[in-house]
Ligand binder design. Structure first.
Ligand SMILES: [Zn+2]
Ligand SMILES: [Zn+2]
Length: 365
């Protein structure tokens, strides 16, 4: 709430002084067409936020407000058209924007697709191929829900998470988190996939979650993806298993990026040019893997770019239900304007250590 109030105040001051444009230029957003990223699209935000990471949700109603506001200021284009602009083969200079949805949740089909069709907006969906056509659930969703339940009954005390992990045979003595979301993020960033699986299995053994609970988290089917593609939507890859690429190496990386691409091409019968890094995490090895797999464009979630492969590190702005609300809880175009100009980057920075040789953009913290 305090953060939201501070953002509203910052947005007001910035906009009144014309500073949002100055900050936008400083942070580099003016040089790159804007790409927006969403995750799940739900009917009722509050109801879904009881079991899902809130920042992965946007309600159909809020999505429409965002799109209407943006549509008055930008021309929505497909990722291919945006790519032509990035590659310099598009000579025009109008303000363009592309809309993307990560993880390939089925709710995109039910709640976003009809809205996009009605408004004539092309969008892209980045799918996790190992989950398409299955009842499987993303590891981050499962881990978050298990942690919410594990700590529901009491406040999180310092050291409690580390003690729980130790009980599961996972040693991370310095890990701290005050909320289930912080814990989910810390675990996903700190542990290789194999250890994450062990933690999930141990939590599930302690307190099993009924199958039905996971239904809203299911992925799209190939049939749905086919209909989306026929309607003009772009299907991109988001790896096979949503593994954090900076925690993996060698064959596993290749398998994740090449395997997912081949599967989409085989199922959909078209080439795949676009790739989104899971959680936006990238370093030199992952950018190389994406290049070697033959993708033309890669999308991140921060402003840092690989100077040698800028097309494979295209920045995106992630939005969700509460990312553009003022202190009263109302939608604020001012805050949305600051979000897309990345004005808040000045204060919040990037938490990643990309370890890429020569970077464009500002120095990392
Ligand atoms: Zn993702
Ligand atoms: Zn970064």
């Amino acid at each position: 709430m305090i953060r939201s109030w501070a953002k509203t105040r910052a947005a007001g001051v910035l906009s009144r002084t014309g500073m949002d444009k100055v900050v936008g230029a400083l942070t580099g957003s003016m040089r790159v067409p804007v790409v927006i990223g969403y995750h799940r699209v739900v009917e009722d935000f509050a109801a879904s936020a009881a079991t899902s990471i809130p920042s992965m949700l946007v309600s159909q109603q809020m999505l429409e407000r965002h799109l209407d506001w943006l549509g008055r200021r930008f021309r929505f284009v497909s990722l291919d058209e945006l790519g032509a602009r990035l590659g310099g083969s598009d000579g025009s200079h109008d303000a363009i924007m592309a809309i993307t949805f990560d993880d390939g949740y089925r709710d995109f089909y039910d709640h976003a697709f009809p809205l996009l069709m009605q408004k004539g907006i092309p969008a892209a969906v980045f799918v996790v191929t190992g989950l398409v056509n299955t009842t499987g659930v993303q590891t981050h969703d499962k881990l978050y829900l298990l942690l919410v339940r594990r700590f529901a009954a009491r406040a999180w005390r310092p050291g409690e998470l580390a003690r729980m992990l130790q009980g599961f045979g996972v040693l991370l003595p310095n890990i701290t988190a005050k909320t289930p979301f912080q814990a989910t993020r810390a675990l996903l960033e700190a542990l290789p996939e194999e250890s994450i699986r062990r933690v999930v299995a141990a939590l599930e053994a302690e307190a099993p979650i009924p199958e039905d609970t996971f239904k809203p988290f299911q992925s799209l089917t190939w049939e749905m993806l086919d209909r989306l593609q026929r309607a003009g939507m772009t299907i991109g890859s988001h790896t096979r298993t949503h593994v954090l690429m900076t925690n993996e190496s060698g064959r596993r990386l290749v398998d994740e990026v090449t395997g997912s691409r081949e599967e989409i091409e085989r199922r959909m019968g078209t080439g795949v040019r676009h790739f989104a890094y899971p959680s936006g995490q990238f370093n030199t090895d992952s950018v190389n893997a994406v290049a070697n797999a033959g993708y033309r464009f890669g999308y991140t979630v921060c402003r840092h770019r690989d100077a040698e492969r800028p097309q494979l590190t295209v920045p995106r702005t992630l939005l969700w239900e509460n990312s553009c609300r003022d202190f009263r809880g109302a939608f604020s175009g001012l805050i949305l304007s600051c979000q897309i100009h990345r004005a808040f980057d000045v204060v919040s920075g990037c938490r990643q250590r990309h370890r890429i040789g020569r970077e464009s953009g500002n120095a990392q913290r």
